[in-house]
Design a protein around this ligand. Structure first.
Ligand code: TYM
Length: 342
């Protein structure tokens, strides 16, 4: 019953750089959780890896979208990624729906995925279960697995909330390899400890999210300095006035330490020492200033891209073309292994 497909040549690394793939949804304004949890790691890892980054608009339509807004959000996200330092000379950036292989791969993988394992996905349990929940939302992790497996990805840098989805991609890959012969690479999630979970500023037990009703809970990448200062000044802390990392007892202060640590690339332990004699007011002001400084060059570049969207369109079109051979190759290999076609 098992056909053994010989280990394909594509698996032999072209260079010793690891293949990295990650994706992000164009679902509205970007916040520092997306930036510190994911984008900053993509940017900082660019030289060491062979990178593909994807704007996953097919994932965005798993919940209702205004078509005009979705298009605008796709452009906005591309500008943010480029302004954040994704360099088209080092990384390939493209829009998921521009490569039909993603949907086709997703379908094949659907047939190697069990209903039970998708029902256990935490994010689906949180967001799904309503009368209007789409099949797409339920199936979302399989499309994500398709994204990852299409490019023989070795590492997937994500925030903590996506870990379970990368794990199911591993399970699907292993099942496929077991059933039809080794045909896809089994990926690994890469989650940096600091930044993995940036929490809401108003309720630090919840992750920072753009779907939060309270706009003081998140810092948007386009927020101006005054707004950022105000939001941090209002950030929820505790009453013991000690700047110490303790997620369980001091979630607010721990979140601010985390944010400062990733922004300044300084270990939390050093920040604790630096602020041992400071009060919360001073600390919050300094965290706000770090974030403002971090965002300044990004916002300046964003303003340039705002004036040159054609350049962004060209980068995305080139990206979709550049990944085509890899995507087609893997899909063909998988189809053959599964027994599709003649
Ligand atoms: P998305 O668009 O929700 O989030 C993009 C990235 O941002 C991270 N993130 C956070 N990190 C820390 N703290 C937060 N508060 C926070 N909020 C978001 C996420 O972990 C993620 O890394 N399904 C994915 C997109 C996707 C994908 C893929 C990712 C589609 N295909 C293939 C990797 C590989 C998603 O919805 O991420």
């Amino acid at each position: 019953m098992f056909t053994n497909v010989p280990f394909p040549a594509i698996f032999v690394a072209m260079s010793n750089k690891k293949r990295v793939f990650s994706g992000i949804q164009p679902s509205g304004d970007l916040h520092i959780g997306n930036y510190l949890g994911a984008i900053v790691n993509w940017v900082r890892g660019q030289d060491a890896h062979d990178n593909i980054f994807c704007i996953v608009d097919l994932h965005a339509i798993t919940v209702p979208q205004d078509p005009k807004k979705l298009k605008a959000n796709t452009m906005e996200l591309a500008k943010v990624l480029l302004a954040s330092g994704i360099d088209p000379k080092k990384s390939t950036l493209f829009v998921q729906s521009e490569r039909p292989e993603h949907s086709e791969m997703g379908w094949i993988l659907n047939c190697f995925t069990h209903m039970g394992e998708l029902s256990r996905m935490t994010q689906f349990k949180e967001k799904g279960g309503k009368k209007e929940t789409t099949v797409g939302l339920f199936d979302y992790p399989v499309l994500m697995a398709g994204d990852i497996l299409l490019y023989d990805t070795e590492e997937v840098p994500v925030g903590e909330d996506q870990k379970q989805h990368v794990e199911i991609a591993r399970d699907i890959a292993q099942r496929l390899n077991k059933r039809v012969g080794k045909v896809v690479v089994v990926p690994e999630p890469v989650i940096k400890k600091e930044g993995a979970r940036i929490m809401s500023l108003t309720d630090p037990t919840k992750k920072m999210s753009k779907s939060d009703q309270n706009e003081n809970s998140y810092i948007l990448l386009r927020d101006d300095a005054e707004t950022i200062r105000k939001k941090f000044a209002r950030a929820v802390t505790d009453s013991d006035n000690k700047i110490k990392f303790d997620k369980a007892k001091k979630p607010g202060i721990s979140n601010l330490l985390n944010i400062m640590s990733v922004c300044t690339e300084t270990p939390i332990i050093e920040l604790e020492k630096k602020y041992a004699d400071s009060n919360y007011g001073q600390f919050k002001t300094d965290v706000a200033e770090c974030v403002i400084e971090m965002l300044k060059p990004i916002q300046a570049k964003l303003a340039e891209y705002d004036k040159n969207e054609d350049k962004v369109r060209k980068i995305l079109a080139d990206g979709a073309e550049a990944v085509a051979p890899r995507a087609k190759d893997t899909l063909q290999r998988v189809k053959k292994a599964v027994g599709l076609g003649l």
